[in-house]
Design a protein around this ligand. Structure first.
Ligand SMILES: [Fe+2]
Length: 274
Protein backbone atom coordinates (compact mmCIF):
# COMPACT_ATOMS: atom_id res chain seq x y z
CA UNK A 1 0.00 0.00 0.00
CA UNK A 2 1.30 3.45 -0.93
CA UNK A 3 1.83 5.61 2.14
CA UNK A 4 2.09 9.34 2.11
CA UNK A 5 2.58 12.10 4.60
CA UNK A 6 1.15 15.60 4.57
CA UNK A 7 2.26 19.13 5.44
CA UNK A 8 -0.85 20.68 7.02
CA UNK A 9 -1.50 24.34 7.83
CA UNK A 10 -3.72 26.22 10.27
CA UNK A 11 -3.72 29.74 11.69
CA UNK A 12 -5.64 32.03 14.01
CA UNK A 13 -6.55 29.21 16.40
CA UNK A 14 -7.44 31.81 19.08
CA UNK A 15 -7.56 29.03 21.67
CA UNK A 16 -8.79 31.39 24.40
CA UNK A 17 -12.09 31.84 22.52
CA UNK A 18 -14.90 29.57 23.78
CA UNK A 19 -14.84 26.16 22.12
CA UNK A 20 -11.75 26.74 19.98
CA UNK A 21 -9.51 24.54 22.12
CA UNK A 22 -11.91 21.63 21.64
CA UNK A 23 -11.92 22.12 17.87
CA UNK A 24 -8.13 22.10 17.80
CA UNK A 25 -8.06 18.96 19.94
CA UNK A 26 -10.50 17.18 17.70
CA UNK A 27 -9.52 18.32 14.24
CA UNK A 28 -5.84 19.29 14.26
CA UNK A 29 -4.55 15.74 14.25
CA UNK A 30 -2.07 13.98 11.98
CA UNK A 31 -3.32 11.43 9.45
CA UNK A 32 0.14 9.83 9.43
CA UNK A 33 2.72 9.84 12.25
CA UNK A 34 5.19 11.66 9.99
CA UNK A 35 2.86 14.56 9.14
CA UNK A 36 4.02 18.14 9.74
CA UNK A 37 1.98 21.16 10.85
CA UNK A 38 2.29 24.89 10.12
CA UNK A 39 0.72 27.22 12.72
CA UNK A 40 0.60 30.66 11.08
CA UNK A 41 0.10 32.90 14.10
CA UNK A 42 -2.57 34.10 16.52
CA UNK A 43 -2.60 31.02 18.75
CA UNK A 44 -3.37 33.22 21.79
CA UNK A 45 -2.32 36.41 23.57
CA UNK A 46 -0.43 35.03 26.59
CA UNK A 47 3.02 33.53 26.07
CA UNK A 48 2.30 30.62 28.44
CA UNK A 49 -0.92 29.76 26.55
CA UNK A 50 0.81 29.98 23.16
CA UNK A 51 3.65 27.70 24.24
CA UNK A 52 1.41 25.23 26.06
CA UNK A 53 -0.74 24.76 22.99
CA UNK A 54 2.22 24.56 20.61
CA UNK A 55 3.78 21.93 22.89
CA UNK A 56 0.62 19.81 22.64
CA UNK A 57 0.71 20.04 18.84
CA UNK A 58 4.45 19.32 18.79
CA UNK A 59 3.75 15.99 20.48
CA UNK A 60 1.19 15.09 17.79
CA UNK A 61 3.14 16.04 14.68
CA UNK A 62 6.64 15.08 13.57
CA UNK A 63 7.45 18.78 13.10
CA UNK A 64 5.58 21.95 14.00
CA UNK A 65 6.48 25.27 12.34
CA UNK A 66 5.19 28.46 13.95
CA UNK A 67 5.21 32.11 12.94
CA UNK A 68 3.97 34.92 15.20
CA UNK A 69 0.74 36.82 14.62
CA UNK A 70 -0.15 40.19 16.07
CA UNK A 71 -2.01 38.60 19.01
CA UNK A 72 1.15 36.85 20.22
CA UNK A 73 2.77 40.30 20.39
CA UNK A 74 0.04 41.95 22.50
CA UNK A 75 1.55 43.43 25.69
CA UNK A 76 0.64 45.63 28.58
CA UNK A 77 2.95 47.89 30.56
CA UNK A 78 2.97 45.19 33.28
CA UNK A 79 4.72 42.67 31.01
CA UNK A 80 8.42 42.09 31.54
CA UNK A 81 9.03 41.32 27.85
CA UNK A 82 7.52 43.81 25.42
CA UNK A 83 7.93 44.65 21.73
CA UNK A 84 10.97 42.98 20.16
CA UNK A 85 11.74 41.37 23.50
CA UNK A 86 8.35 39.65 23.52
CA UNK A 87 9.18 38.00 20.19
CA UNK A 88 12.55 36.81 21.52
CA UNK A 89 10.78 35.32 24.54
CA UNK A 90 8.43 33.36 22.24
CA UNK A 91 11.32 32.12 20.09
CA UNK A 92 13.21 30.95 23.19
CA UNK A 93 10.13 29.09 24.36
CA UNK A 94 9.63 27.43 20.95
CA UNK A 95 13.23 26.19 20.96
CA UNK A 96 12.58 24.38 24.24
CA UNK A 97 9.72 22.44 22.65
CA UNK A 98 11.39 21.87 19.24
CA UNK A 99 8.99 24.11 17.34
CA UNK A 100 10.64 25.88 14.38
CA UNK A 101 10.34 29.68 14.11
CA UNK A 102 11.45 32.34 11.57
CA UNK A 103 14.79 32.38 13.44
CA UNK A 104 15.67 28.76 12.65
CA UNK A 105 16.95 26.79 9.67
CA UNK A 106 14.38 26.42 6.92
CA UNK A 107 13.10 22.83 6.97
CA UNK A 108 12.61 20.84 3.75
CA UNK A 109 9.44 18.85 3.07
CA UNK A 110 9.73 16.68 -0.05
CA UNK A 111 11.42 18.97 -2.57
CA UNK A 112 10.07 22.20 -1.03
CA UNK A 113 11.84 24.52 1.39
CA UNK A 114 9.33 25.65 4.01
CA UNK A 115 10.03 29.28 4.95
CA UNK A 116 8.53 30.57 8.21
CA UNK A 117 8.50 34.36 7.96
CA UNK A 118 7.70 37.29 10.23
CA UNK A 119 7.30 40.49 8.25
CA UNK A 120 4.62 42.54 10.10
CA UNK A 121 3.06 45.56 8.33
CA UNK A 122 4.00 49.13 7.62
CA UNK A 123 0.66 50.81 6.77
CA UNK A 124 1.71 50.96 3.10
CA UNK A 125 -1.54 49.29 2.00
CA UNK A 126 -3.42 52.58 2.21
CA UNK A 127 -5.03 55.16 -0.02
CA UNK A 128 -1.91 56.53 -1.81
CA UNK A 129 -3.18 60.09 -1.48
CA UNK A 130 -2.90 59.91 2.33
CA UNK A 131 0.13 59.90 4.63
CA UNK A 132 0.35 57.14 7.25
CA UNK A 133 -0.93 59.37 10.03
CA UNK A 134 -3.75 60.71 7.85
CA UNK A 135 -4.74 57.13 6.94
CA UNK A 136 -4.68 56.02 10.60
CA UNK A 137 -6.77 59.04 11.67
CA UNK A 138 -9.24 58.45 8.85
CA UNK A 139 -9.59 54.80 9.91
CA UNK A 140 -10.19 55.86 13.51
CA UNK A 141 -12.75 58.38 12.26
CA UNK A 142 -14.58 55.50 10.57
CA UNK A 143 -14.52 53.55 13.84
CA UNK A 144 -11.71 51.17 12.78
CA UNK A 145 -8.95 50.91 15.35
CA UNK A 146 -6.81 47.80 15.66
CA UNK A 147 -5.93 46.57 19.17
CA UNK A 148 -2.34 46.61 17.84
CA UNK A 149 -2.38 50.40 18.31
CA UNK A 150 -2.67 50.05 22.09
CA UNK A 151 -1.07 46.62 22.63
CA UNK A 152 1.91 46.62 20.22
CA UNK A 153 2.55 50.14 18.90
CA UNK A 154 3.34 51.72 22.32
CA UNK A 155 6.24 49.28 22.82
CA UNK A 156 7.92 49.15 19.40
CA UNK A 157 8.07 51.16 16.17
CA UNK A 158 6.13 48.66 14.06
CA UNK A 159 6.98 50.05 10.59
CA UNK A 160 10.66 50.22 11.63
CA UNK A 161 10.55 46.65 12.90
CA UNK A 162 8.80 45.63 9.66
CA UNK A 163 11.69 47.16 7.64
CA UNK A 164 14.24 45.20 9.67
CA UNK A 165 12.26 41.99 9.27
CA UNK A 166 11.97 42.49 5.50
CA UNK A 167 15.74 42.97 5.17
CA UNK A 168 16.46 39.89 7.32
CA UNK A 169 13.95 37.72 5.45
CA UNK A 170 14.92 38.74 1.92
CA UNK A 171 18.58 38.09 2.73
CA UNK A 172 17.77 34.53 3.82
CA UNK A 173 15.33 33.93 0.96
CA UNK A 174 17.98 34.95 -1.57
CA UNK A 175 20.22 32.13 -0.41
CA UNK A 176 17.82 29.26 -1.12
CA UNK A 177 17.03 27.56 -4.41
CA UNK A 178 14.19 25.35 -5.63
CA UNK A 179 10.47 25.51 -4.86
CA UNK A 180 9.25 27.04 -1.61
CA UNK A 181 6.26 27.27 0.71
CA UNK A 182 6.15 30.76 2.20
CA UNK A 183 4.49 31.03 5.61
CA UNK A 184 3.50 34.36 7.15
CA UNK A 185 0.74 35.53 9.47
CA UNK A 186 -0.02 38.54 7.27
CA UNK A 187 -0.84 38.12 3.55
CA UNK A 188 2.02 38.82 1.14
CA UNK A 189 0.05 40.33 -1.74
CA UNK A 190 -2.45 43.15 -1.63
CA UNK A 191 -5.09 41.28 -3.67
CA UNK A 192 -5.92 39.24 -0.58
CA UNK A 193 -7.29 42.40 1.08
CA UNK A 194 -9.52 43.31 -1.89
CA UNK A 195 -12.78 42.16 -0.32
CA UNK A 196 -12.49 43.33 3.28
CA UNK A 197 -15.75 44.50 4.87
CA UNK A 198 -13.72 47.34 6.34
CA UNK A 199 -11.03 48.30 3.81
CA UNK A 200 -9.09 50.17 6.54
CA UNK A 201 -8.05 46.79 8.02
CA UNK A 202 -5.49 46.54 5.19
CA UNK A 203 -3.45 49.19 7.05
CA UNK A 204 -2.54 46.55 9.66
CA UNK A 205 -2.39 43.58 7.30
CA UNK A 206 0.85 43.64 5.34
CA UNK A 207 3.34 45.61 3.32
CA UNK A 208 3.72 46.46 -0.36
CA UNK A 209 7.35 45.29 -0.15
CA UNK A 210 6.40 41.59 -0.26
CA UNK A 211 4.19 41.91 -3.35
CA UNK A 212 6.67 40.20 -5.73
CA UNK A 213 8.07 37.66 -3.24
CA UNK A 214 5.76 34.70 -4.05
CA UNK A 215 6.87 34.62 -7.71
CA UNK A 216 10.42 35.84 -7.09
CA UNK A 217 11.10 33.17 -4.46
CA UNK A 218 9.39 30.33 -6.38
CA UNK A 219 6.51 29.71 -3.96
CA UNK A 220 4.07 26.99 -4.93
CA UNK A 221 1.94 28.02 -1.94
CA UNK A 222 1.76 31.03 0.36
CA UNK A 223 0.17 30.12 3.70
CA UNK A 224 -1.23 33.04 5.71
CA UNK A 225 -4.02 33.99 8.12
CA UNK A 226 -4.88 37.18 10.01
CA UNK A 227 -7.87 38.28 7.91
CA UNK A 228 -10.22 35.51 9.10
CA UNK A 229 -11.44 35.24 5.51
CA UNK A 230 -10.64 31.66 4.53
CA UNK A 231 -9.89 31.46 0.82
CA UNK A 232 -7.68 29.57 -1.60
CA UNK A 233 -6.78 31.72 -4.57
CA UNK A 234 -4.34 31.49 -7.47
CA UNK A 235 -2.39 34.66 -8.25
CA UNK A 236 0.30 34.55 -10.95
CA UNK A 237 0.49 30.77 -10.66
CA UNK A 238 0.95 30.76 -6.87
CA UNK A 239 -1.68 29.34 -4.50
CA UNK A 240 -2.48 31.76 -1.65
CA UNK A 241 -4.25 29.91 1.17
CA UNK A 242 -5.83 31.73 4.12
CA UNK A 243 -6.04 28.96 6.72
CA UNK A 244 -7.58 30.68 9.76
CA UNK A 245 -9.92 29.03 12.23
CA UNK A 246 -11.10 32.39 13.58
CA UNK A 247 -13.62 33.26 16.26
CA UNK A 248 -16.70 31.10 16.99
CA UNK A 249 -19.13 33.35 15.11
CA UNK A 250 -16.82 33.10 12.09
CA UNK A 251 -16.00 29.40 12.05
CA UNK A 252 -19.63 28.44 12.75
CA UNK A 253 -20.19 29.34 9.11
CA UNK A 254 -16.76 28.86 7.54
CA UNK A 255 -15.67 25.54 9.02
CA UNK A 256 -18.39 23.08 7.88
CA UNK A 257 -17.94 23.77 4.14
CA UNK A 258 -14.17 23.59 4.52
CA UNK A 259 -14.42 20.29 6.41
CA UNK A 260 -16.61 18.88 3.64
CA UNK A 261 -14.00 19.82 1.05
CA UNK A 262 -11.07 18.63 3.24
CA UNK A 263 -9.62 22.13 3.33
CA UNK A 264 -9.16 22.57 7.10
CA UNK A 265 -6.57 21.87 8.29
CA UNK A 266 -5.29 22.86 4.87
CA UNK A 267 -3.18 20.22 3.08
CA UNK A 268 -0.23 22.19 1.65
CA UNK A 269 1.88 19.34 0.27
CA UNK A 270 1.91 15.56 0.31
CA UNK A 271 4.89 13.33 -0.11
CA UNK A 272 4.84 9.65 -1.06
CA UNK A 273 6.88 7.69 1.44
CA UNK A 274 9.28 4.97 0.27
FE1 LIG B 1 -3.81 38.43 13.30
Amino acid sequence: MIQHRTLWAVSDLHVAAPGNRDIVDELVQPAHPRDWLIVAGDVAERVSTVLKNLAILAKRFEQVIWVPGNHELFCSSQDLHRGRDRYRELVRGCREIDVLTPEDRYPVFGDHTVVPMFTLYDHSWRDPSLTVSEALSAAEGNGVMFTDQVAIAPYVDVPGWCRDRLAYTVRRLSRISGPTVLVNHWPLVREMTDNLDLPEIALWSGTQDTQDWPVRFRASTVVYGHLHIPVVRDIDGVTHAEVSLGYPREHERSLPPRRTRHLWPFPVLTEVLP
